[in-house]
Write a protein that binds this ligand. Structure first.
Ligand SMILES: *[C@@H]1O[C@H](CO)[C@@H](O)[C@H](O)[C@H]1NC(C)=O
Ligand SMILES: *[C@@H]1O[C@H](CO)[C@@H](O)[C@H](O)[C@H]1NC(C)=O
Ligand SMILES: *[C@@H]1O[C@H](CO)[C@@H](O)[C@H](O)[C@H]1NC(C)=O
Ligand SMILES: *[C@@H]1O[C@H](CO)[C@@H](O)[C@H](O)[C@H]1NC(C)=O
Ligand SMILES: *[C@@H]1O[C@H](CO)[C@@H](O)[C@H](O)[C@H]1NC(C)=O
Length: 399
């Protein structure tokens, strides 16, 4: 046999089972054993390599494309060395393992229903490592992605990522990226409208499908992390409270937006205002996804100039579980320049003084104690800020 012919032989499934047999026969022939070992090695090594390569490729295919049902014969004849595991819906493993594919065809109603499944026994019968779900609400591209890649690097298993974009937008992140295949089925959203809250509920519901996700952080494409992952993870997972900036604003932009038709579900004394960029635990995420009591009220009676994304979750969660809220946000934003929108930081703004402002001079309450670490994330950053931030990150952010 010519050595150059091997690949064609191997690539024919029907012959691959015969091939090792013949090799064995050749090996066992005593008279030729001195001549053949060299050539056999030449044959065996590429064959084994191919076999291993195919094992990995098909394992990968099974995970991501679930092709096992369509090409079972090819697999079995190719891979005598690999056991293909069929996920059994009755195995515990099936419920613990995160969904390998975020694409599904559930409607919002179906998704919210599915996401509202809750175990009634509070203790998990397996070693559950709580993960933080990072929920990115964005129109399209993530210009600051390289910074996030650095932040997440080396912390696999402690986080998961979900991205809501415009429905027509398609990421082109390489498979090595933490954002690869992390887009969820998305729909059009408008600022200040219920469709914005719908998108946030969609993000939460998709993230709830992974039973290991314990904390949920909402971020935009202009947000950055200002501490390294270890600090962020500990700060969030060890907090007794969830971080949502919530307050009772007696003025026209607070209680002034309350509509009497919201009673009796929402009383004006319970009406709250807050910032959109929250961090909540699994319990609160479930309150939001399962809600059918407050949703119709806000949907009908909080329309511009009542900006529903500033009121719905803060009010609803204050009523359902106010004691679990820290009533402050962990996302830094600079309102010092005045106006209706916070300052956007560009390239020229990223200075030594800027890093100081992010980390110093803050005080807040963390687990009932005073703390000077109050902000883990910051916004808003223009794409031009990426370059100086990447340079400053190791020194100032620790990643
Ligand atoms: C969703 O996809 C499955 C196949 O994956 C199909 O059987 C089902 O009809 C689809 N449902 C809807 C609502 O499109
Ligand atoms: C994160 O930052 C803290 C403080 O700057 C440092 O002590 C720690 O080693 C860093 N962790 C990692 C994984 O870099
Ligand atoms: C709102 O609640 C407060 C106390 O919780 C109560 O005193 C007040 O009567 C309520 N108002 C309405 C309109 O229900
Ligand atoms: C946040 O506000 C709610 C009422 O609005 C209160 O019950 C709760 O204790 C506050 N949280 C903290 C940490 O003070
Ligand atoms: C926390 O800070 C406040 C002032 O910001 C102070 O009144 C209070 O005593 C401090 N508490 C502790 C436990 O240090």
């Amino acid at each position: 046999m010519e050595e150059g012919n091997e690949p064609t032989v191997i690539s024919r499934p029907t012959q691959s089972r015969v091939f090792p047999q013949r090799l064995l026969q050749l090996l066992s022939r005593p008279t030729q054993s001195r001549v053949f070992p060299q050539r056999l090695l030449h044959l065996l090594v590429p064959f084994l390599l191919l076999c291993i390569a195919f094992s990995f490729i098909s394992l990968y295919m099974i995970r991501y494309f679930r092709v096992q049902a369509t090409v079972p014969t090819v697999q079995t004849s190719f891979l005598p060395c690999v056991e293909v595991e069929e996920p059994n819906q009755l195995d515990l493993e099936y419920w613990i393992r995160p969904p390998s594919n975020l694409i599904h065809n559930m409607t919002d109603v179906e998704l919210l229903w599915r996401a509202s499944f809750v175990p009634r026994i509070k203790e998990y019968p397996f070693a559950r490592v709580p993960k933080i779900a990072f929920l990115f609400l964005t129109k399209g591209p993530l210009p600051l992605a390289p910074l996030w890649e650095k932040f997440f690097k080396g912390h696999e298993g402690l986080y998961s990522i979900y991205v809501h974009t415009l429905p027509s937008f398609q990421f082109d992140f390489p498979s090595s990226s933490v954002f690869y295949r992390r887009q969820i089925p998305s729909q059009l959203t408008e600022w200040g409208r219920m469709s914005m809250c719908d998108a946030e509920r969609r993000l939460l519901a998709n993230a709830l499908l992974d039973i290991s996700n314990e904390r949920f952080v909402l971020l935009s494409e202009s947000c950055i992390p200002v501490y390294n992952f270890s600090i962020v993870y500990r700060y969030i997972t060890e907090s007794k409270h969830s971080f949502m900036g919530v307050f009772d604003d007696p003025g026209p932009f607070g209680r002034g937006r309350y509509n009497d038709n919201m009673a009796p579900e929402v009383n004006i004394t319970e009406w709250r205002k807050g910032s959109q960029w929250f961090e909540i635990n699994r319990k609160l995420a479930l309150y939001i996804t399962e809600d059918t009591t407050f949703y119709p009220k806000f949907s009908e009676f909080c329309r511009p100039a009542c900006y529903v994304d500033e009121h719905y979750f803060p009010t609803m969660l204050t009523i359902k579980a106010g004691d679990l809220l820290a009533n402050r946000s962990i996302t830094y934003v600079d309102w010092s320049r005045g106006g209706a929108h916070p300052a956007t930081f560009g390239k020229a703004d990223i200075t030594e003084a800027f890093y100081k402002r992010l980390h110093e001079g803050h005080s807040c309450v963390y687990n009932n104690r005073n703390s000077s670490v109050c902000f883990l994330f910051a916004r808003k950053f223009a794409p031009s800020a990426l370059e100086p931030l990447l340079l400053g990150a190791p020194k100032y952010f620790g990643y």
